[in-house]
Ligand binder design. Structure first.
Ligand SMILES: [Zn+2]
Length: 65
């Protein structure tokens, strides 16, 4: 009988969904480009660093009118 509910233990940190760069932010756009380049060469640590930077990049609250 097949078991469909085995526990999964991952040795590596689960890759979180990647943050999207904020539209119109040059810094985020640059970070996103660096992330793409890091992906291309398989540089996971840089990908993670860029994700953190994009997530933490401060943005002034856009005036809501
Ligand atoms: Zn930004």
């Amino acid at each position: 009988m097949p078991r469909n509910c085995r526990p999964v233990h991952l040795g590596e940190p689960v890759s979180a969904p990647e943050p999207a760069p904020v539209a119109g932010c040059d810094v985020c756009a640059a970070l996103a480009q660096q992330r793409v380049a890091a992906h291309a060469i398989g540089d996971k640590s840089t990908v993670i660093d860029r994700n953190i930077e994009i997530r933490r990049h401060p943005h002034a609250e856009v005036a809501r009118t």
